[in-house]
Write a protein that binds this ligand. Structure first.
Ligand code: KG4
Ligand code: ZN
Length: 359
């Protein structure tokens, strides 16, 4: 079953064709980064206009690269929520029109669930496999890893930071989430303030490799004692790095950009891992599946690789950020089960109400 997946929730205009939820036939991501870079952030009106201009060509390229014509598509999936409303509507409406015109089943999917599905698509090796197992995708093979449920989901992106128990592709229970900024947002804001580059996550990741993470000791949020032991908070770290840098200096001398980046990144990852490891311990779940743009972070990956007792799976780098393949892959799972969305399905900017483990 070949599914066309369309993603347009933010600043990537993306489409992909995935077969049987696992086999990547094409994955086209047209990034709008150069159009938003001047503003150091995504401008919603520019984003939706670019999606409108590009969507036809992006979908056509995805079909061409997969070596198929529209008549070979068996179903269409598109992101419906959450995201920028104007941007979402472009991809969703295109997908619905495609499905209607060709009388194909259509499914509207959730962007966050799709990020957690991305690691089931082919790509990079699994980190820290148990008992030395190698989970490398064999050379030339497009087969993906089977990921057994339940697992702990670590969704880390520009808009979201969610630690969850994942029981199925459509069944997650939120254990902890950020009470203020998302982790990717903190990377982006620190980068914007210091002019490290845009988007901030990748710029800080690169800069930090040359820095000393012990140059500054930034504070950790004090969240662990309450009812929400797995929650996260990034606004305190952001304020410390941007407004109170000197107070947290450990090493004397001029503050180098690399050192600020490395110290900030270390604390950002420490905050994440403190809650994640606590959740792994309490739930006894030893498989962690990461997803979202921040899952590309090399320091986060290396820290998780140190935990030999946990099996940590990351999507291939090109599937961490927004892409159509994760939408097509997740869409297949619904369609194969017989689920369909009506063509009246519409977009919503807000995060869907997931189950929560606490009130
Ligand atoms: O998943 P994504 O493409 O879009 C959202 O759904 O938000 O994530 C984008 C976020 C941005 O905040 C970006 O700075 C961050 O992912 N990011 C990174 C890295 N690459 C992208 N953060 C840390 N390290 C990276 N290497
Ligand atoms: Zn995303």
């Amino acid at each position: 079953m070949k599914i066309l997946g369309i993603e347009s929730s933010c600043d990537e205009c993306a489409a992909a064709v995935v077969e049987d939820g696992k086999i990547l036939l094409s994955n086209v991501v047209a990034t709008q980064i150069p159009f938003h870079a001047a503003y150091n952030g995504v401008v919603p009106e520019i984003a939706s206009r670019k999606h409108t201009e590009w969507i036809y060509a992006v979908v056509k390229e995805a079909l061409d690269k997969a070596g198929i014509s529209p008549g070979d598509v068996d179903g269409v999936a598109a992101t419906a929520h959450p995201g920028l409303l104007g941007s979402l509507l472009v991809g969703l409406t295109f997908a619905k029109a495609f499905a209607w015109a060709r009388n194909l089943p259509f499914i509207a999917v959730d962007h966050l669930l799709a990020h957690l599905y991305a690691c089931q698509l082919p790509g990079e090796a699994v980190l820290s496999p148990p008992s030395g197992e190698q989970h490398q995708v064999p050379e030339g093979s497009r087969a993906a890893y089977p990921v057994a449920y339940p697992f702990l989901g670590l969704l880390v992106s520009g808009g979201h930071s969610i630690i969850s128990r994942v029981d199925n592709f459509d069944d997650i229970t939120v254990l902890g989430t950020t009470i203020d900024d998302a982790v990717g947002e903190a990377f982006d804001k620190v980068s914007k303030y210091y002019g490290f580059g845009y988007p901030g996550g990748a710029a800080i990741d690169k800069l930090a490799r040359q820095g000393d993470s012990a140059s500054f000791r930034f504070p950790m949020p004090n969240l662990y004692k309450g009812d929400h032991p797995y929650d996260l908070s990034y606004s305190g770290l952001k304020t410390a790095v941007i407004n109170q840098l000197e107070q947290f200096r450990v090493k004397k001398g001029a503050a180098k950009a690399e050192d600020i980046a490395a110290s900030f990144q270390k604390t950002a990852v420490d905050i994440l891992l403190r809650s994640l490891f606590r959740a792994a311990e309490d739930t006894k779940l030893s498989t962690i599946v990461a997803g979202g743009g921040v899952a590309a972070n090399s320091y986060l990956r290396s820290r998780l690789a140190e935990r030999k007792d946990l099996r940590c799976l990351f999507p291939p780098l090109e599937l961490c950020g927004d892409n159509g393949a994760m939408i097509a892959g997740l869409g297949y799972q619904y369609l194969a089960r017989g689920d369909r969305s009506p063509l009246s399905a519409t977009a919503s900017a807000r995060v869907r109400a997931f189950k929560r483990s606490y009130p």
